[in-house]
Ligand binder design. Structure first.
Ligand SMILES: Cc1cc2nc3c(=O)[nH]c(=O)nc-3n(C[C@H](O)[C@H](O)[C@H](O)COP(=O)(O)O)c2cc1C
Length: 186
């Protein structure tokens, strides 16, 4: 028997929560799409760091000097794709992104970042800078200054589950906090 739309939505959020909490979960690496400054799409993999299903907020970490941060500043509407091969579930989410570069949420996230991972923010030059040779050891004296948290508030979720002969798809949209769900042709 088919799950109800409410059960499907709960399972989608549960998958995201598990993926964010488990470093070995295949759904932990998600793809974030932004609009480039020229209007063309830009896409990259990022680690899903946290999920709050009640607030509908996803948390990502990045380098504040990266292209995606400037793109979000110009156009906060973004999309995110998650795929769990075990559940054969694809989630396509859309919403508005906000970039934090100070404040208590940002500070807590930095303090929880393992020392080894802090090196990701310690390159002297911004990500994407042309380099004559592969960059050496990170030398930025204050990697914390480069650290940014992206909070993504979801207002649309497209759920697709693949099953032999019985693919299922549903769409959910939030308007003023109320959710509207519908079955969709896969
Ligand atoms: C498996 C994987 C995980 C990644 N996780 C992150 C991440 O959490 N944050 C991030 O900023 N970049 C992450 N990256 C690097 C991005 O995909 C991208 O190359 C980088 O952020 C620069 O993107 P931009 O120039 O579009 O801003 C990851 C790449 C891979 C392959």
């Amino acid at each position: 028997m088919d799950a109800t739309l409410a059960e499907i939505l709960a399972s989608a959020w549960a998958l995201l929560v598990r993926a964010a909490a488990d470093p070995r979960h295949p759904g932990r690496i998600v793809q974030l799409a932004t609009a480039g400054r020229d209007g063309a799409p830009r896409l990259r993999s990022v680690v899903l760091r946290g999920v709050d299903p009640v607030a509908r907020v996803l948390c990502l970490h990045t380098d504040r000097r990266s292209a995606k941060v400037a793109e979000i500043a110009a156009e906060p509407r973004v999309a995110l794709l998650a795929w769990d091969p075990r559940a054969r579930m694809q989630l396509r989410l859309a919403g508005a992104a906000a970039v934090l570069t100070d404040g208590p949420v940002w500070r807590t996230a930095w303090e929880a970042t393992p020392i080894g991972s802090r090196a990701d923010y310690a390159q002297a030059d911004p990500p994407g800078t042309l380099a004559a040779v592969p960059p050496g050891e990170p030398t930025h004296p204050q990697p914390m200054q480069n650290f940014a948290v992206i909070l993504l508030t979801i207002d649309r979720l497209d759920w697709l589950r693949l099953a032999p002969g019985a693919h299922r798809r549903a769409g959910f949209a939030w308007d003023s906090g109320a959710v509207q769900g519908s079955w969709l042709v896969p």
